[in-house]
Design a binder for this molecule. Sequence first.
Ligand code: TXA
Ligand code: MG
Length: 345
Amino acid sequence: MTVVYKVDPLEPDRLILRKAAEIIRKGGLVAFPTETVYGLGANALDPEAVKKIFLTKGRPADNPLIVHIADKDHIHKLTKNVPKEAEILITKFFPGPLTIVLEKKPIVPDETTASLPTVAVRMPNHKIALGLIEESDTPIAAPSANKAGRPSPTKAQHVLQDLGGEVELIIDGGATRFGLESTVVDLTAKPPELLRPGAVTLEMLREVLGTVHIHPSVLQQVAWKEVAKSPGMKYRHYAPRAELMVVLGNHRDVQMKIEQLIQDFGLRNMRIGVATTTGKQYRVSHLERLGMSKQEIARNLFDVLRRFDEARVDVIFAEGVDEEGLGLAIMNRLKKASGYKIVRA
Ligand code: TXA
Ligand code: MG
């Protein structure tokens, strides 16, 4: 059975956090909100607890987890050396939607890092997440709280859809603020390498670090051998059940291309969904507005992908956005969700 507790994200009830922390300390799982997406948490230093995360999510064992801390200084307990670049990012962006990859200390079990010599660390900017970590008195390993391959959960309801009955406790702190998972930067690479774009944008990272490389998988599908470093990148992600195509180009061309696709697929008697970022009113079975600003689009994206599943459409056309700022993260998730089915208008 799964218990859901509603908790005020701005003034969380300490007693409930203590109950949740008790589950973590005993080696159990708790789903909780962060400012990015909901996480499925376990004691990061307990191999048996961490194994439960992989089992519950159906996550391949070679995909490492992010370790969450509630105190900047705790990074030294988990990582061997903290280079200047890390100090800069911690000062500027912790707590926040940024994960840094550093060399791990032996205290971090192989189960958590999928046997990599590195560990990914992040300090969430969310009172429920921080309170839970503090009360647990241990760092918490937490992937997004969805079944592997499904869109990440941005509401407690999404966690319940995927993991209801399989997790002891879900803390419901409302919809998450950013809606996309944290930015992941590998600081063991020289120069630093962006492994996953998020709300801490590439431009923000370059402003403080100078040169930052982009791992090829951020922009396109990459060959098997190139993904060894962050194995998570090779798996299909965020996928709705219907076939999804992303249409790119300037607004007018994109809208015309989608009108044409609606006609073509309509002739084949398919139920069509469209996700619009321009606000155009297409006449289809199911129309979803992603939002007009990138912030809005990011916040709504995973919820909208799940809603298309409920609407039982056969095919979805999504209007893309440019890849500047937060656009890089939005397009990265859209491309992956589509299995890289991209149409140029
Ligand atoms: O916003 C987030 O980061 C959320 C919330 C819950 O904090 N968590 C999350 O975790 O998105 P997950 O497991 O869904 O994604 C973790 C990503 C994966 O792409 C994984 O491959 C990468 O981080 N990663 C973890 N440890 C790594 C490591 N040592 N080296 C390289 N990549 C790593
Ligand atoms: Mg995930």
